[in-house]
Design a binder for this molecule. Structure first.
Ligand code: DX5
Ligand code: ZN
Length: 221
């Protein structure tokens, strides 16, 4: 489990007028998950989409749906996103005061639990809940927009998590999100990362399938 390597294609960078074809192209390249970025214009300064689109994506693909909630009061919408087909629900540590309760609720509703850390949030803020978490998402850009530059300190945080996982025998996956591309994905993988969210480096390409294959080959080789 903890040595899995998963490409999670982030549709934030996709052409929404052609979403089903774009998802098909990345699937053909071996994408493992579809990453959906939910932004509310409050927790982050950008606005995207809600459960309606997640539900449509669910009908387009059989791949697991990885929902990243960048919204205020995520607890109020968790059930809607799970009903829409989310397999993983990731909430931000910075926004969820009652993280323990929310993680239990995500589990009860039948989804896998994820917690995201902004670039300025330390890994040790999760110490007391790590055993309840299926996925820790390290934000490697400040959340809100695609196409930003990878913050290199994120590699240190991945190594820290990877060491904790080893020391205590936890089973969570480590996910990285933001600025991942062919030039840094191998180093991130070597640090212990399992799930690589990639938006621009997959969908802002003439050949989405080839771009997906290239990233995947770099982490499974
Ligand atoms: C940013 C989002 C990311 C975004 C990454 O707030 O959480 O998932 O899609 O985009 P790229 O891969 O373009 O940095
Ligand atoms: Zn994301």
């Amino acid at each position: 489990m903890t040595n899995q390597k998963i490409i999670a294609s982030s549709i934030l960078a996709a052409d929404f007028s052609n979403l089903s074809q774009q998802i098909r192209y990345t699937e053909l390249g071996g994408a493992d998950w579809i990453h959906c970025d939910i932004m509310d214009g409050k927790f982050v300064p950008n606005l995207t989409f809600g459960p309606l689109v997640v539900e449509a994506v669910k009908r387009i693909t059989r791949l697991p749906i990885d929902v990243h909630l960048m919204i205020k009061n995520p607890n109020s919408l968790i059930e809607e996103f799970i009903k829409a087909g989310a397999n993983f629900i990731t909430v931000h540590q910075e926004e969820e005061i009652h993280l323990h309760r929310t993680l239990n609720r995500i589990k009860e509703l039948g989804a896998k639990t994820g917690v995201a850390l902004n670039p300025s949030t330390p890994v040790d803020t999760l110490n007391n809940v790590l055993e309840m978490i299926d996925l820790v998402l390290i934000m490697s850009v400040n959340p809100g927009f695609g196409g930003q530059k990878f913050i290199t300190n994120s590699v240190k945080k991945i190594k820290e998590l990877s060491a904790l996982r080893k020391e205590y025998g936890y089973n969570f996956l480590i996910e990285v999100d933001g600025g991942v591309y062919k030039g840094n994905i191998k180093e991130i993988s070597d640090a212990g990362c399992n799930v690589f969210v990639a938006g621009s480096s997959i969908f802002r390409n003439d050949n989405i399938t080839a771009a997906t294959i290239e990233l995947k080959n770099l982490v499974i080789s």
